[in-house]
Design a binder for this molecule. Sequence first.
Ligand SMILES: Nc1ncnc2c1ncn2[C@@H]1O[C@H](COP(=O)(O)OP(=O)(O)OP(=O)(O)O)[C@@H](O)[C@H]1O
Ligand SMILES: [Mg+2]
Length: 372
Amino acid sequence: MGEIRHYILRQQLQKELESAHAAESKGNDKEAGEHYVKAGAIARKLAYIAPREHAEEFFHSASQLENKGNVIRTTEGRDRAENTDLIDSMLVTQKPATSWDDIGGLEEAKHTLKEAIILPFIKARPDFVKITKSILLYGPPGTGKTLLAKASSNTLNATFFEAKASGLLSKYFGESSKIISSLFSKASEKQPSVIFMDEIDSLAPSRSSGIDESSRRVLGEILEGMDGFSARKDDKVIFIGATNKPWDLDDALLSRFQRKIYVPLPGPEARRSIFEIHLRGAGLNVNISDLVKRSEGYSGRDIAALCQHAISGMVKEENPGLEDLTSKQLESFSLKTRPLLPSDFDSAFEKIKPSCDAKSLEKYSEWENEFA
Ligand SMILES: Nc1ncnc2c1ncn2[C@@H]1O[C@H](COP(=O)(O)OP(=O)(O)OP(=O)(O)O)[C@@H](O)[C@H]1O
Ligand SMILES: [Mg+2]
C-alpha cells in the first residue's frame, strides 16, 4: 500500500515539475510558480511516507520547491500589478480640454486625423475603403503635433492611451518592452481606442545609431503590436506617433506608418489664427496683420509665448506691487487690465525669437522628399 502511494506521488511530482519547466521556458512565470508550489507539497507528502533515511532529502526538496514557486509567482504577480497600474495611468479618462478649434491652421492634418478616427465607426463601408490605422505626425518643435493628437481623443468616444516614450524608457528601464505589449493588448481589449505615443524617436532610435538591447526589445514589441492590429481587419485601434526627429526613426517602424503627416511651421494665415486663439478674450489695440508679418518663422509654441509675454507685461504694468500683496489682500483684489498695445508686443518680440532655424527646416523638407 505504502509502495503504491509512493509510486503515485512520484508520478505526480514528475508531472508537476515537467509542467513547471514547460511554463517557465515559455515565460509564464506565474503558472510555473504554481506548479513548483504544488510539486513542493507533493514532495512534503513523500517525505512523510518515505523511509527515514530519505525523509530528510524530501523535506529539503519540498521547501526548496515551495520557495522557488513562491518567488517566481509573486515577482510575476507584482510585475503584472505594476504594469496594470502603469497602463491604467496611460489611460486618459479625463479627456484633454483641447479641441480642434484650439489649433490654428493645419487644416490638412486635422482633416486626415478626423477621417482616420471616424471611418472605422461606419459600418456600411465597402472593403476597398481602407481604414488608416497608423499615423505619424512629424515636424519642427512646437507646431501642434501633441495638440493634434489630444484633439483627436476628443472627437469620438474612443479610449485614449497616451504614452510619452522618453518617460517610458527612463523610468521603466528594462520593463519597457513588457509594458508596451500590455499597452497594445489593453488597447485592443478596450477598442475603439487610440494609442498616442509622443516623442517616439526616443523610444525607437534607428538601428544605425547604435541601439541597446532594451530599446531593441521595445522596438520589437511596437512593431509586433502595429502588425497585430493592422492584420485584424475589424480592429478599431489607431496608433498615432509624434516626433520632431523623424530621421532618427527606425526604418522598419517608419515603413509601418500608413500615413505620415508633416506638421509645418505656420504660414501667415495659420499664424493669424494662432494669435487669435492665444489672445482670446484679451482686448487688442494692435493690428493683427502686423503681428502676423513680424512673426514669420515663429512656431505655434513661439507665438503662444509671445502672447503670454505681452499679456503678463500688461498685467504687471497695470497692477504695480502685485507680487507684494498678502494672501489676505489677494482675496479682495481685482486684477486691472487694458487692451494690449503695440509696445507690449515690441518687448515680447525682443525677448522671444523663433526657435527653429532655416537649416533645420531644410532638413525636414529633405527628409519629406525622401521618405514621406
Ligand atoms: N497650431 C497651433 N495652434 C495653436 N496653438 C499652438 C499650435 N501649435 C502650437 N501651439 C502652442 O504651442 C504649444 C505646444 O504645441 P505642441 O505641444 O502641440 O507642439 P509639438 O508639435 O508637439 O512640439 P514638440 O515637437 O516639441 O513636441 C501648445 O500647447 C500651444 O499652446
Ligand atoms: Mg509634442
